[in-house]
Each structure stands twice: as C-alpha cells, then as structure tokens.
Ligand binder design. Sequence first.
Ligand SMILES: Nc1ncnc2c1ncn2[C@@H]1O[C@H](COP(=O)(O)OP(=O)(O)OP(=O)(O)O)[C@@H](O)[C@H]1O
Ligand SMILES: [Mg+2]
Length: 220
Amino acid sequence: MLHFDHVSKRYPGGSDVLADLSFSIAEGELVFLTGRSGAGKTTVLKLSALIERGTRGQIVFDGENLARIPLGRIPFLRRKLGLIFQDYRLLNDRTVHDNVALPLIIGGYPQREIGSRVRAALDKVGLLDKEKKYPLVLSGGEQQRVGIARAVVHKPRMILADEPTGNLDPDLSADIMALFERFRQVGSTVLIASHDLQLISRMQSRILRLENGALAEDVS
Ligand SMILES: Nc1ncnc2c1ncn2[C@@H]1O[C@H](COP(=O)(O)OP(=O)(O)OP(=O)(O)O)[C@@H](O)[C@H]1O
Ligand SMILES: [Mg+2]
C-alpha cells in the first residue's frame, strides 16, 4: 500500500532529515511510527501525502509513484487519505459539523448523505453533542477528536495520523487507539506517528522506529 524505497529528505538549507529510508506497509496493516522528537516522523507522513517531496528515492502509494503525480492529480491522491495533523488544523470560523463535512464537500458527496456521515463520524469519537459548536470553545482533546472524525468521514484507503493522542488522557487515548484498530478492521490501512510507547506496546501492532532519519527497528 505504501512503500518507501531508499528515501532521503533534506529541507532547504538543512541536512538530511531522512537518510536512505526503506519500509513497506501492506494493505490492511496498522503500523506505529516512533522515534524521538526530530527523528523524522512527521516528515514521513508529509512525504506520504505529498505535502513535502522527497529529495532522493522512491515513494509508491497505492501503486502510484508519488514523484510522477502531476500537481493536478494531488487532490485525487488526497481523497484516498485521511490525514490527522499534530496541530489539528481546524477551521475556527466553521462549526464542528462543517469541519468534519469538509472532505465530503470536496469529494462531491451528495448533500443528503453528508449529514448522516458527519454524525456517524462524530459519534465514533464521542462528540455527537458538539456538532454545532465552534472549535475554539472545545478542549484540546476535543479538537483533536474533531480532527480524527474529519480524517475518517470519507472512509479513506489509508489513515495517516500524527500524534493523534497527544492531548488526550490515558483512558481516552486507549479509546482512540481502539478506534483506529476498528478502522483497520473495516478496511483502512493505518500509519500512526506516536511517541507514547506505553500505549503502543499494548496494541500488539507492528512498530517502525526511526533514528537519525533511518529505520532503527521494525518489530511485528
Ligand atoms: N519545514 C521544515 N524546514 C526545515 N527543517 C524542518 C522542517 N520540518 C522539519 N524540519 C526538521 O526535520 C527534522 C525532523 O522533523 P519532524 O517534524 O519530521 O520530526 P518528528 O519526528 O515528527 O518530531 P516530533 O516528535 O517533535 O514531532 C527536525 O530536525 C526538524 O527541525
Ligand atoms: Mg512530528
């Protein structure tokens, strides 16, 4: 589903953040990406979603070489993805409902389907009662869960999540991880960047550990 083949990444003016990184994630897997701060976790997710481009090497997602995707086709790639950002990126002048509806509106879903899909996604993250609120009146953990609902509302092929439990208490974090496992069971491939090693170790999933931009460990 997602293949990194000898990928390096250097940001302008910097040194190599990723150096000769190779790994493969098969369809239907749930994989954690760990490593200390600055190891390159967010960079891996950004390259996978074409938010950034690699400097060397090849990245293949769902059979497509990302380096060969023309600008105009990037929106089609993104429709196959559910992105959960470290900093939520909600639209603060739109309600929770409208934030979650965004991928459906962009994807051209019929209006009559949107309401029920949005409510189903909000129900999954336990925020059905916040549908009409604006993001800024929610707690950090609630905003994070709105971001998760928005990422999964269009049932993406692959979910890329950057520290999705960073602002949640341990109980809620475990609930959210269980939710990702359910998304996997119903057909999504899931890649989660997280440094919550305690939580990860309880999930019995594959773990990729980055160190200095390379793969230090791949444990199933
Ligand atoms: N846009 C950028 N321009 C220049 N350097 C960057 C940029 N984004 C990230 N970096 C650098 O790349 C390295 C890896 O960053 P990245 O965000 O991928 O790490 P991370 O593993 O996600 O860290 P954290 O756990 O703190 O989120 C860091 O040294 C960072 O300073
Ligand atoms: Mg990061």
